[in-house]
Design a protein around this ligand. Structure first.
Ligand code: FES
Length: 110
């Protein structure tokens, strides 16, 4: 049996990975509601260790544009490009949800 050795330049620990991912639905219903510009606004405000990506339908059509932040599992609905800086600063940089944008189905108000 051949022994497999690790190359000497192989990192001892995994390379850092993004700790959060912002998924902006780019499917039909959300696109009609402006999701392309929302995705562009997030990409224009990069945050270290946060990945921004377009996604397929997130199953919440008609409430868009829908934005899902993982692994936090925080859903935002009706997101407009004008509020993206608030999400970036408050949620992605300070770790605080933006209450007024939370999607009511998954984050019911008490
Ligand atoms: S099209 Fe965006 S949630 Fe379905």
């Amino acid at each position: 049996m051949t022994e497999i050795s690790q190359p000497s330049d192989f990192p001892a620990t995994p390379s850092p990975v993004s700790s959060k991912c912002v998924r902006v639905c780019q499917n039909r219903a959300c696109r009609k509601q402006g999701a392309v510009k929302v995705l562009a606004a997030f990409k224009a405000s990069p945050v270290p260790e946060v990945t921004v990506t377009g996604s397929g339908c997130l199953g919440q059509c008609g409430n868009g544009p829908i934005v899902l932040v993982v692994p936090d599992m925080v859903w935002y609905s009706g997101v407009r490009p004008s509020v993206v800086p608030l999400v970036v600063e408050q949620h992605l940089m300070r770790g605080q949800r933006v209450a007024q944008l939370l999607y009511y189905r998954f984050h019911p108000q008490v």
